[in-house]
Design a protein. Sequence first.
Length: 401
Amino acid sequence: MKYNNKKNNLSFAIQMFLLVSICLTSCKKTSDHTSENDSITIDSLLTIRYQNIVNYPVKNDSFPRSLDLISNKIRLVSSNDWTSGFFPGNLWQLYKLTNNTIYRDKAAEWTALMENQKFNAGTHDMGFKMYCSFGEGYEVTKNQNYKDVLITSANTLISRFNKNVGSIRSWDFNKDIWEFPVIIDNMMNLELLFEATKISGDSIYHKIAVRHANTTLKNQFRENNSVNHVVVYDTINGSVKMKVTHQGFNDYSSWARGQSWAIYGFTMAYRYTKDTTYLAQAEATAKFFIEHPNLPEDRIPYWDFNHPNIPNVPRDASASSIMASALFELYAFTNNKTYLNFANAVLSNLKTTEYILDADIEAPFILNHSTGNGPKNDEMDVPINYADYYFLEALLRKKDI
């Protein structure tokens, strides 16, 4: 996990200065300025976390995904992994937050390592991988190559569309059981398609995104507006064969991050289409999340709302950061202050030493206490790069508001 060298001496000095500042700030607290000094302390801590991200050395096809806090080992993945695009995306967002070109330059280096994925038709996660990297980069730079990569990636993604089902296929594994699986996460990948139409003028991507969203809207939600993780379809007649889970506690439970994907995905779909049925579903599922009796007081959910061992269950900070980012946009469309207040509360709770990693942890992550895959006991209660991505996006959206 160690990656300091002579080139990092300056950043080390900066971190030491900030650490001293934290100590001095803490010592100077008074009853009249407690909240102000707490803010300064957290801002300094965030600066150290951001510095750890930009200091992490560029490694060919080796992206930091999560951190095992027991072994102090960073889990590294190739560009083929669904989470690979979040790390360059974090750097692009840090540039937008700080206007410091060091983040932009490092983001460009990491983004270049993602380009080989533009032809990867074996995954539905092209949006996560390519839009969170090249899409963020294109927004900042308007680089023609980034635009070309996005359009190529969109063409690759729509190759997984089945017109009988009306959806883009999610996973390719488990084919002997799942003829054509569609997961709620896949809503997030539609942003790549909507943007591809926007920047190319070709409506095919938008049309396929709408077909997928409509199919999901029809079949993925329960009567209480919670969401099923996986819906399996018949490829001949398009009928639903089964509704199951892969990352929730069981087939009937409400996997926390899945609820967040749904709220974010349909809010985003409304942004591009102005279809009020999408907005209504986003609001209905947001109500389910916000008012759930098993939601902890600090609004950072357990990894599954229906886990029988609550409260002795790990939280999922990634679900809350996705939710906060989604709610800032949902508020912008509805002016419903319930969403604004909830998103602000989530950010306030995440921006504490309970959730932000300690200053002395040398790893390119910001938040702790996320859950990757509960049923597999994988990445439990750890820092994960996509939690950081949506946390940073939420900070940017709050700033815009």
